[in-house]
Design a protein around this ligand. Structure first.
Ligand code: SIN
Length: 476
């Protein structure tokens, strides 16, 4: 199947594709085999791309909003027209099951569509002055060249969620895709050029040495914005580096979401949505359910129905239509998942589904009676393991959720409207899904509080991250 799939393997720098003698392998987690070797960029290519980005920014920021919107609209259409190769590429390079990968292509295209429309709505403002001879004008201008670092778990949507608003606002963008999944990003860049995107406006530099590649962008005063999705430790480091040149930053960092299931919930729906919240992308999502807390009176019924559904999930080759659960991305991911399960079992939890590994595949797993001190309660598992524990009342549930270190997403299930508002407002999280296991969508603000980062992506908030405010005082 893949022998016939054409995809770019070179870096996109300045005016076009750059073939480099240095290469690194992209390894399929499903087979352990190298899919292809891609161009391995270093500091020399970074320095060149930086100059190109600065030059491209000038012209692109002066294009009309309608011209920018037109490019984004055509890019959107091309992404949708290439849903199948993009989905297959994702399945191949990072193991996302095909049917989910198709969904991600549509999700990714949704950001491009949204910002194609928003590009035309970057309105200025006029403010009343206290002086009759003065006028006060506020303009929104592009922030400046942007450097972006995207993760492997959503190789298409995390690219478009950053690139589309940055470009809509009139910025150039240099992307460093994850080492595990550069092919999807390069394919998106190819479609951007086909859509009439000017060379240099969007550049993609794959690398096996992220630190060396990032350094020139972090150190250069002319790069005015850093956007990153990834782990909290790396985000903290980048934040410190970006501070030295006072760059604007958006950091979408670790999650570890709690789910609160109240006794008054629609149990069937709570089970179905919590399965989605946990097992989407094999649990490898920042908003994945990490800890499921169920109110004592319904805990047994919930756990039984949950385990039944989890046992029905199909583990297998990500390229097969029926697969629900593909492999984990690499050995480190597998070892973390295994470590969490072993630790929980050693502390007294019981295993009601899954628990076994084969290659990089880890069977979808359900643990009951997980004890409070367990690692799985404190750390983000990023894998297909659902730990279930109980709570006695609303106050305890909210307190336990808010005691977790991250603040990206939380979920709650109830049919009581007052409780839905009360708990959603009390949860110290950037996103709250009420009776909804997958709240992510292009028009809404995605982002977290506390150790989950800074800034928002999606909707008008995502565009504001790439705009600078200018005030013009006009004396008549
Ligand atoms: C992420 O895991 O960072 C993104 C998940 C999403 O957009 O829903």
């Amino acid at each position: 199947m893949f022998q016939s799939l054409e995809f770019p393997k070179e870096a996109l720098i300045g005016k076009g594709w750059r073939s480099l003698p240095r290469r690194f392998p992209v390894v399929s987690p499903a087979t352990g085999e190298a899919v292809v070797e891609v161009a391995d960029c270093g500091s020399e290519e970074a320095a060149e791309a930086l100059e190109e980005a600065v030059a491209a920014q000038r012209a692109w920021s002066q294009a009309t909003a309608y011209e920018r919107a037109g490019v984004l609209r055509r890019w959107h259409d091309l992404i949708l027209a290439h849903e199948e190769p993009l989905a297959r590429l994702m399945a191949l390079e990072m193991g996302k099951p095909l049917k989910e990968a198709r969904g991600e292509v549509r999700y990714a295209a949704g950001f491009v569509e949204w910002y194609a429309e928003e590009a035309k709505r970057v309105y200025g403002e006029t403010l009343p002055s206290q002086f009759p001879h003065k006028r006060i004008l506020v303009r929104y201008e592009p922030v400046g060249p942007v450097y972006g670092i995207t993760p492997w778990n959503f190789p298409a949507a995390m690219v478009t969620r950053k690139v589309a608003p940055a470009l809509a606002a009139g910025n150039s963008f240099v992307l460093k895709p994850a080492e595990e999944s550069p092919l999807t990003a390069l394919y998106l860049a190819r479609l951007f050029l086909e859509a009439g995107g000017p060379p240099g406006v969007f550049q993609v530099l794959p690398t096996s040495d992220p630190e060396a590649l990032s350094r020139p962008f972090l150190e250069d005063e002319r790069v005015r914005k850093l956007t990153f999705t990834g782990s909290t430790p790396v985000g903290l480091k980048l934040y410190g580096e970006a501070a030295k040149t006072l760059k604007r930053v958006s950091l979408e960092l670790g999650g570890g979401a709690p789910v609160l299931v109240f006794a008054d919930a629609d149990l069937e729906r709570a089970v179905a949505e919590t399965v989605r919240a946990k097992f989407r992308n094999v649990g490898q999502s920042c908003v994945a359910a990490n800890l499921i807390l169920v109110e004592e009176p319904v805990a047994e019924a919930f756990a039984e129905a949950y385990a039944e559904r989890v046992k029905a999930l199909k583990v297998g080759d990500p390229l097969l239509e029926e697969t629900d659960i593909g492999p984990l991305v690499n050995r480190a991911a597998l070892e973390k998942v295994e470590g969490h399960v072993q630790d929980a079992l050693a502390r007294g939890a019981s295993l009601v589904a899954g628990g076994e590994a084969k290659g990089l595949y880890f069977a979808p797993t359900v643990l009951l009676d997980v004890r409070p001190g367990s690692r799985i309660f404190r750390e983000e598992t990023f894998g297909p393991v659902a730990p279930i524990a109980t709570f006695q009342n609303e106050e305890e549930a909210v307190a336990r959720a808010n005691a977790l270190p991250s603040g990206l997403a939380a979920y709650l299930f109830t049919r009581n409207l007052s409780r839905a508002f009360r708990v959603a407002e009390a949860l110290d999280y950037g996103i709250v899904g009420v009776n909804d296991g997958v709240p992510s969508t292009p028009q809404a603000p995605f982002g977290g509080v506390r150790r989950s980062g800074l800034g928002r992506e999606g909707g008008r908030w995502g565009l504001e991250e790439y705009l600078e405010v200018k005030y013009i005082s006009l004396g008549l």
